[in-house]
Ligand binder design. Structure first.
Ligand code: BMA
Length: 340
């Protein structure tokens, strides 16, 4: 049995896998999906691609809210059960390093990761083009901007939930100004969250895996397990009707996480239900966070559905790792040394 290395979370939301299904994929949906529907905040038409974390005896979340002019910002939400959410009506009031109010030009696809005693919000922001924004908080009252880690253009950055070999570690996906018809995941490290370097290639899109043949990008913070870091990510296929976003899985080496130990050639989850196939952008399942219970191995996955809703799905560490290993195909080319 694979094990999650981390804290227990007794109040993790949960439903057992349906018994009457022929689907052999390792992730299944919450039957009450979507958990966040249209117009959940005054002035915000759609909340999707959002991240949650345990906090106190409940949960806290950072939510991508698309306002009535179509621009996205980040809103905070609170929940007792991680299913029903109440939102603050105002955008998160970031401040800069001097304590002055700071509002990014836009902010989308937030991740929320606790490292040691601090929560970090990482999102896609405007730095003369799409790049990575960051802020930190300990109390969810004061949110202080952290330096932009990378040059434009970049998206889908997410921190690992602990330092590795004494360094902060972040996954990201260098990109371009538009809808980026390419994309590989890289890893960077930092001693202080200001200076980032030692960039390493982790994974590329794969033409032989049609569902992720166009591009891939990081998803939730990787989950530490006794087999390595369980990495859920999004993979994109280009079809004659547009892009399709599915969820893939890989296992990275615990001490050297740019090394891919296993990677599934099959997706783990793909748009199937109406709220995933229809909406502002149909056929999008975009995972940004998980909740994990180390005692039971349960994992709850939060994903944006059709750029319109937030969906919740479940798996166990054992089921997902078994699936990834059974379907694994790693033939990453290490371009630094030119070998597979
Ligand atoms: C990506 C990002 C995501 C979005 C996805 C599908 O490029 O912008 O926020 O969910 O496209 O539209």
């Amino acid at each position: 049995m694979s094990k999650i290395i981390g804290e227990p979370l007794k109040n993790i939301p949960w439903q057992d896998k349906p018994q009457d299904t022929k689907c052999t994929l390792p992730i299944w949906r919450f039957t009450e999906n979507p958990i966040i529907k249209r117009n959940p905040i005054p002035g915000v038409s759609r909340v999707f691609n959002s991240a949650v974390a345990p906090y106190g005896d409940g949960f806290v979340g950072v939510f991508r809210g698309s306002e009535y002019d179509g621009v996205s910002y980040i809103y905070m939400g609170w929940s007792k059960d991680a299913i029903h959410w109440e939102f603050n009506d105002e955008r998160i009031p970031f401040t800069d390093e001097k304590g002055e109010p700071f509002m990014p030009g836009y902010a989308y696809d937030p991740r929320l990761v606790k490292v040691e005693d601090t929560f970090y919000i990482i999102w896609c922001t405007d730095l003369y083009g799409a790049s990575i924004g960051m802020a930190k908080t300990k109390d969810f009252k004061t949110f202080t901007r952290v330096e932009n880690p990378f040059l434009p253009y970049n998206r889908n950055a997410v921190l690992f939930p602990r330092k590795i070999n004494g360094k902060f570690v972040m996954l990201s996906r260098p990109s371009d100004t538009g809808h980026t018809p390419f994309g590989d995941v890289f890893l960077s490290e930092s001693p202080d969250l200001i200076y980032w370097g030692k960039h390493r290639h982790v994974m590329s899109n794969k033409s032989s895996h049609w569902w992720e043949s166009l591009k891939i990008g990081g998803g939730p913070a990787p989950i530490e397990t006794d087999e390595g870091w369980l990495m859920l990510y999004h993979g994109v296929e280009r079809t004659c009707n547009g892009y399709v976003y599915s969820i893939g899985g890989a296992i990275l080496d615990r001490d050297e996480p740019s090394k891919v130990l296993y990677r599934s050639r099959a997706y783990l989850f793909t748009p199937e239900e109406d709220y995933e196939t229809n909406g502002f952008v149909g056929n999008v399942c975009f995972p940004c966070a998980t909740l994990c219970d180390s005692e039971t191995g349960r994992i709850a996955i939060y994903y944006g559905a059709a750029d319109t809703y937030v969906g919740l799905a479940f798996t166990t560490v054992d089921e997902t790792i078994r699936f990834i290993k059974e379907h694994s195909e790693t033939d990453e080319i290490d371009r630094e040394i030119g070998i597979r």
